[in-house]
Design a protein around this ligand. Structure first.
Ligand SMILES: Cc1cc2nc3c(=O)[nH]c(=O)nc-3n(C[C@H](O)[C@H](O)[C@H](O)COP(=O)(O)OP(=O)(O)OC[C@H]3O[C@@H](n4cnc5c(N)ncnc54)[C@H](O)[C@@H]3O)c2cc1C
Length: 395
């Protein structure tokens, strides 16, 4: 494992850093918690920043050049993300389109689909969401029930998708649906592209425990989807969905460096009192924070091992599942410990008057649950590690 960046990589870092310095207005910096865009206005503000990055040639840098990317290397992507974080850049939009839909279409789309849909993804001219989970089927994705009946030149879709992030601001959705109810469950599925303005679609926002409205339930009633929007072969949608999931898991590998958070926890422990003295003077508090720091370092080096494997062109190892499980679980425990430190102050909501640290710990504690569920729950990650890594028998 080589911890140093090459001269070329450092030059890339300087180029992007100075572009950010010249182009990110100081009042656009994201000083608070990174929350879901709460209003159309906030969404459009983020789209304006997204557009600025795109116009400067700094959007979709990992995409191949033929699709408008820079063909950036893995290390350049790491540097790119580090610099965005360092500059406190606001979030961009169209995450699902860029990270999942675009790359899936590059692999599976027809020439017409590639030409029609891919160019509008990087500039966020068309926003995408993904319709996989259903009210009765999340972890067991292959059991989806939303039906698409072949009616010649179109499919007639009926059913419902849930937890669909960004559907309320999206123009299009991918849709995993059942086209052969009699086939074994993995072989009767198809993968469609759906225009969300099609008659028969209703989108209802779902309010999360944090109060944010980032995801939705989407209802389909006799929705006509043209056959030209079928990706891959009819009844072979599971293969397309697996490509989609592969991109999803790579991205949800989790945060690689949690030390900033732990340093903030240390500062909190110095600020609040426990038994009439700063909490930091209590050895239980210091030892707990030291344990978090040790775990965070172990996870950081695990993520470096994952990166090294990828750079050497080796097959992904178990680190992806370990990182997803480890980082989301550690994050949750850090936030719960912050609640313990805050005592009654933990009940103040984010940004409410009188809250310590603007109530950010309470927000983070509530938000931490997402990480343990999205992109394959932690119980499912335990199963994967147990069965595929440790070779334990199936439960
Ligand atoms: C922030 C967020 C954003 C999301 N965005 C999207 C999106 O854009 N599009 C989309 O399609 N979905 C999205 N999801 C949904 C997500 O993929 C599902 O919530 C997840 O796959 C779990 O499915 P479920 O909620 O149906 O839970 P279930 O599958 O019903 O699981 C319920 C519980 O049972 C446990 N469980 C289930 N099966 C097993 C098993 N075999 N062994 C042990 N335990 C098991 C689970 O771990 C969980 O604790 C999002 C979720 C979150 C939290």
């Amino acid at each position: 494992m080589d911890f140093k960046f090459s001269a070329d990589d450092e030059a890339f870092r300087q180029e992007f850093r100075s572009w950010l310095k010249d182009n990110l207005p100081p009042d656009w910096r994201e000083e608070g918690e990174e929350r879901d865009a709460g209003s159309r206005g906030e969404f459009e503000r983020r789209r304006a920043w997204h557009r600025k990055l795109y116009d400067g040639g700094w959007m979709c840098i990992h995409w191949p050049k033929e699709y408008g990317g820079r063909g950036a290397t893995l290390l350049q992507q790491v540097i790119y993300n580090q610099e965005l974080e360092r500059a406190k850049a606001p979030p961009t939009v169209n995450f699902q389109g860029i990270a999942r839909v675009g790359p899936t279409l590059m692999q599976w789309g027809t020439p017409e689909q590639k030409m029609r849909y891919i160019p509008k993804i990087p500039p966020a001219e068309e926003i995408w969401c993904q319709g996989l989970s259903e009210p009765n089927h999340g972890s067991d994705l292959a059991a989806v029930e939303t039906k698409a009946v072949d009616e010649g030149d179109h499919f007639l879709v009926n059913g419902s998708k849930i937890w669909t992030s960004n559907a309320h601001v999206a123009d299009f959705s991918t849709l995993l649906c059942r086209t052969d109810p009699d086939a074994p469950k993995h072989r009767g599925l198809s993968y469609l592209l759906v225009d969300l303005k099609t008659p028969g679609i209703t989108i209802r926002p779902l309010v999360q425990i944090t109060g944010e409205k980032g995801f939705n339930q989407v209802f389909f009633e006799d929705v006509r989807v043209p056959k030209t929007n079928l990706v891959g072969q009819k009844n072979q949608g599971w293969l397309v969905a697996m490509t989609n999931m592969m991109f999803e898991r790579t991205i949800h590998g989790g945060r690689t460096d949690m030390m900033i958070e732990i340093e903030q926890l240390r500062d909190l422990a110095r600020m609040v009192q426990r038994n009439g003295r700063p909490a930091w003077e209590d050895s239980y508090v210091r030892q707990s924070i030291a344990n978090f720091a040790c775990e965070a370092q172990a996870l950081k080096y695990t993520s470096y091992r994952q990166l090294t494997r990828q750079l050497k062109g080796l097959q992904p190892g178990p680190e992806g599942s370990v990182m997803k499980l480890g980082t989301s679980d550690l994050n949750l425990r850090i936030q719960k410990f912050a609640m313990e430190l805050l005592g009654p102050y933990s009940q103040y909501e984010y940004m409410s008057a009188g809250a310590i640290d603007h109530g950010k710990w309470t927000y983070r504690m509530l938000a931490a649950r997402r990480g343990t569920i999205a992109a394959g729950t932690n119980e499912i990650q335990h199963n994967i590690i147990g069965e595929r890594v440790l070779g334990l028998p199936k439960g």
